[in-house]
Design a protein around this ligand. Structure first.
Ligand code: C2O
Ligand code: CU
Ligand code: CU
Length: 574
């Protein structure tokens, strides 16, 4: 704190800051405990197989404690998914040798899938298929969590177009810890449109799951130690790719398809090749773009995916190309940066993995210029073009909220009830200092319309301290731009369950946010998404269909510590 100039701040701002620091320093385990168990989550009977459902693919998915060798020396205790195929194509399950990550699950659009989740953990869990459009009761809602020894049966038809999805746990207030300890895996969905492109496959299609972990001197995983680790999200200081440290792939001098997934709890990456080679992006969360996009760098927040065309042709044998996370700023509050004693600060420049050209070949496929056809919606197609559904982010020392409320079971607000088979306009914005947020319109690329959140009763009155706020530490009055307001604000990857959405517009007053220039060229908005990074001060409008399935579909921050702190709500599709 010593290099801080307190004179710049008002007394109120100082109170906010000292409250934050005190929390960070003291840890406050009692408050952490008090936050748990407030939601009356029911315990349901585990779902059984429906004998009328005839699966094309069926497998058992186990989760249990395990040990793996990650670093030199002692093995590391983890939680791990593993699977056994009962019926279906052999290629459905592919283990990643030596990794704690679950096997890659390869599905085909239209397949009927039955999965028997078996809980071998000493605690409750449930699996969620992040990115897949499945019925609410197959979506891994925390109310379906099962205890040790129980089995939960999922049955669904693969409705998605070709894409990369994720499977990970989603138990109430315990998602972050379980994912951190190893429970995650990649799902690859294939379809005919993709197959016709003959993109690099087999050995030439490589999954890249990026995570960060913190190890103690005995190689064991270290997790949340104090409140501050939750407020900013948890950051490790070792980058792991596919569960391995210092990841290197040997490649031939030809084109590859890299299927990249940010499986970190909180860390945001700015991906770029170390020699300045641009990144060719074929697809994002919800599958292929219409045409490839070439970017100097690409931002990748937790829960987001990227399909990258990496062409090593013409490179001499022995060449090494390093994928780095490049320098950027503005995603953490300055205070968070200051207190984040991490040897690998978010936004610093560090390597992620190395591709080494180890074999010269003469032939390489060419990158297609056309990839797919996306059926876009316009704002005018939505049920509510003038009245977007709000997703208001509010953040404070003890209150990570959406729409002014922490997650609670069956606490659906009127605007969170959505008629099935409608397409809706939603607006994600920073709720505290809301006047300011609404003024920001420098880069608005749609016309400004009066939105629902501007009438405060639409959300039942946004209380920024909320029920978890602590007197004297509320920050409801702080502005978004500059000064202390900006310091309190951070970037949030907002994820919506169910069908993919499209990004209609982003707006931010970048004069007030110089950090934005360090990330702005790294967003891929011309594709179908299920997770979108919302920078401090930024307002993002999205268009999302709610087709086919009624029931509860969560939306939350995919900074998993934020999710577990309550930055999660749900839509009830009716
Ligand atoms: Cu990847 Cu609700 O989560
Ligand atoms: Cu999800
Ligand atoms: Cu968040």
């Amino acid at each position: 704190m010593s290099n801080y100039n307190y004179n710049k701040f008002t007394r109120r701002q100082f109170l906010n800051m000292s409250g934050l620091s005190l929390l960070a320093l003291s840890g406050m385990p009692n408050l952490l405990n008090a936050m748990e168990g407030m939601s009356n989550m029911p315990k349901l009977m585990p779902r059984k197989a429906n004998t009328n459902f005839k699966p094309d693919v069926e497998f058992e998915l186990y989760c249990k404690p395990s040990t793996v060798a990650i670093l030199q020396g002692s093995t590391t205790q983890v939680f791990q998914y593993s699977a056994r195929l009962i019926q279906g194509p052999q290629q459905t399950l592919t283990e990643i040798p030596g990794s704690y990550l679950g096997p890659i699950i390869r599905l085909i659009k239209g397949q009927k899938v039955r999965i028997h989740l078996q809980n071998g953990l000493p605690e409750a869990t449930v699996a969620h298929w992040h990115g897949l459009h499945v019925p609410a009761e197959m979506d891994g809602h925390p109310m379906f969590a099962i205890n040790n020894g129980e089995v939960l049966v999922y049955e669904f038809e693969v409705a998605n177009r070709a894409c990369m999805a994720i499977y990970h746990p989603h138990p109430h207030e315990n998602t972050a810890r379980q994912v951190y300890h190893g429970l995650a895996g990649a799902i690859l969905v294939n379809d005919e449109e993709e197959a016709n492109l003959e993109l690099p496959s087999g050995n030439y299609e490589i999954p890249i799951v990026i995570q960060d972990r913190l190890f103690d001197s005995n190689n064991q995983l270290v997790y949340v130690r104090h409140m501050h680790d939750r407020m900013t999200g948890f950051y490790g200081d070792r980058i792991l790719v596919n569960g391995r440290a210092d990841y290197q792939i040997d490649v031939e001098s030809r084109a590859y398809r890299l299927r990249v997934l940010n499986g970190s709890n909180a860390r945001i990456y700015k991906l770029g090749w170390d020699d300045g080679t641009p990144i060719n992006v074929l697809g994002v969360d919800g599958g292929l773009l219409e045409r490839p996009e070439t970017k100097p760098y690409v931002m990748l927040a937790p829960g987001e995916r990227l399909d990258i065309w990496a062409d090593f042709s013409g490179r001499p044998e022995g060449t090494k190309l390093v994928m780095r996370s490049l320098a950027f700023s503005g995603v953490l509050p300055s205070m968070g940066m200051m207190m984040n004693h991490n040897s690998l600060p978010v936004g610093s420049d560090y390597p992620i993995f190395t591709a080494k050209v180890s074999k010269k070949v003469s032939d390489s496929p060419k990158m297609p210029t056309q990839l797919s056809k996306i059926n876009w919606h316009t704002t005018a197609d939505t049920a509510n073009p003038n009245n977007p559904i709000p997703i208001g982010i509010s953040e404070g020392p003890m209150s990570m909220l959406l729409n002014g409320r922490p997650y609670a079971y069956q606490d659906v607000q009127p605007f969170e009830r959505i008629p099935v088979n409608t397409t809706q306009l939603l607006e994600i914005f920073h709720a505290h200092g809301s006047n300011h947020g609404n003024q920001a319109s420098a880069n608005q690329n749609t016309t400004q319309e009066p939105s629902q959140h501007e009438s405060s009763n639409a959300m039942g009155g946004m209380k920024h301290g909320g029920m978890m706020g602590m007197g004297g530490m509320q920050h409801g009055g702080m502005g978004m731009g500059g000064g202390m307001g900006m310091m309190m604000s951070m970037a949030h990857p907002i994820h919506l369950h169910g069908q993919s959405f499209q990004i209609a517009s982003r707006s931010i007053d970048s004069d007030e946010n110089p950090s934005y220039a360090t990330v702005r060229d790294g967003f891929i908005d011309n594709g179908l998404k299920d997770t979108v990074l919302v920078m401090p001060g930024e307002k993002v409008r999205i268009i999302k269909p709610f087709d086919d399935f009624k029931g509860a579909f969560m939306y939350h921050c995919h900074n998993l510590e934020h999710e577990d702190m309550g930055m999660m709500r749900e839509f009830q599709v009716i």
